[in-house]
Ligand binder design. Structure first.
Ligand SMILES: NC(=O)c1ccc[n+]([C@@H]2O[C@H](COP(=O)([O-])OP(=O)(O)OC[C@H]3O[C@@H](n4cnc5c(N)ncnc54)[C@H](O)[C@@H]3O)[C@@H](O)[C@H]2O)c1
Length: 341
């Protein structure tokens, strides 16, 4: 049984506590939050878990094997580093850290101590995203042409991070998992409509080797909520609509074929294919339940998580490049290709 300590019981923390409490090989030993009123909720719901307002109590508790961090991003690094240095495995919320330097430091510390470091890229553990990866991986879609994602709603304006660091993290983690190719450059534009606050609308383009391109549109100032991703290949196209209750993934047998003209070798004829659409069956388990079980299994088996520190680092590097590009009205910023895939 793996003893879990959770730091941060605000909006997202309760979901993590609930899923670890329900995980058969884990037991929630302690929950920490700076706000007493949040801890009173924990005491009522989980009488077996101890509570504290001091984060160090969590990693100093011998009953705690692993620390889960669900505080705002600015605290992720210090808390995760201290927990690793105390010999605890760590699951940290997305984005893993505020800088790639910090992410690298956590990766080093975890490796040195043979501890599991995982980031909560929740969507990677959904049936829908796993299906998208399977379709891409098995060649069902053909050569991938583009990844295009829209994540917009009338959202909570964050004061410490811009909309890309809040919303696009999800798209970038899905993109990384599905495409399994590293972008070579990033261009981003965005604007803040509230003075003194970070950008609330942003467009981010990722360039890859070859003819693959990806785009993410993130916005907290939209009248409607959209959570839609297109993944287009030479053979089939996929639409992932997370707001659909049941048929979240639809595969379209649509596309084009390019044929040389019989009359003129320099002229190409574009043929259009409009075939069937189908919605494949996808697993419906709650992503966080799958993820909690995976974290516990990685600790037990000394295995590397699917969303390990490197996965967290990739996303932070893309976000850093986007932030730089946004400051110069979208000039592409190249990504150092030395980082391992
Ligand atoms: N994976 C997802 O889908 C998802 C969804 C929402 C939020 N998140 C992530 O979860 C994290 C928390 O977001 P939230 O929306 O729950 O924020 P929140 O502000 O609602 O909650 C954070 C909680 O952490 C507590 N806290 C802050 N600093 C602390 C410290 N040093 N020690 C102990 N407690 C501390 C606060 O009192 C608060 O209760 C963020 O990293 C966010 O990006 C992830």
């Amino acid at each position: 049984m793996i003893g879990i300590g959770v730091i941060g019981y605000g909006y997202w923390g309760p979901n993590l506590v609930r899923n670890f409490a329900e995980c058969k090989d884990a037991s929630v030993k302690m929950v920490c939050d700076l706000r007493r009123e949040q801890l009173e909720k924990v005491e009522r719901r989980y009488p077996g878990a101890r509570v504290t307002t001091t984060p160090a109590d969590v990693w100093n508790d011998p009953a705690v094997d692993a620390v889960v961090i669900a505080t705002p991003v600015q605290y992720h690094y210090d808390l995760a580093l201290a927990a690793l240095q105390a010999g605890k495995h760590v699951l940290v919320e997305k984005p893993i850290t505020s800088t790639s330097e910090q992410a690298n430091r956590l990766i080093e510390e975890a490796a040195k101590r043979h501890l599991v470091l995982m980031v909560d890229h929740t969507f990677v553990y959904t049936g829908a995203v796993r299906k998208m990866r399977e379709l891409a991986e098995t060649g069902e879609l053909g050569d991938i042409y583009y990844y295009d994602s829209v994540r917009i709603n009338l959202g909570l304006f964050q004061h410490d991070v811009n909309v890309l660091w809040d919303l696009a993290v999800h798209d970038l983690s899905i993109m990384d998992f599905v495409l399994r190719q590293q972008a070579v450059a990033v261009s981003a534009t965005g604007l803040a409509h509230v003075q003194g606050r970070p950008e609330n609308i942003a467009y981010m383009t990722m360039f890859f080797e070859g003819s693959l391109i990806a785009h993410v549109h993130a916005n907290w100032l939209s009248p409607v909520k959209v959570r839609r991703t297109l993944l287009s290949g030479s053979r089939r196209m996929v639409v992932f609509d997370d707001l659909e209750a049941s048929e979240k993934i639809k595969v379209y047998d649509r596309g084009i074929s390019v044929n040389p003209s019989p009359d003129n070798v320099y002229q190409m004829l574009i043929g259009y294919r409009a075939g069937d659409m189908w919605a494949p069956q996808i697993a419906v388990s709650e992503a966080l339940a799958v993820e909690a079980a995976h974290f516990v299994a990685c600790i037990r088996d000394s295995a590397t998580p699917i969303t390990d520190g490197e996965a967290g680092l990739h996303v932070v590097r893309l976000l850093e490049a986007a932030t730089k590009s946004m400051a110069v009205q979208g000039r592409p910023v190249s990504l150092d290709s030395t980082v391992s895939a």
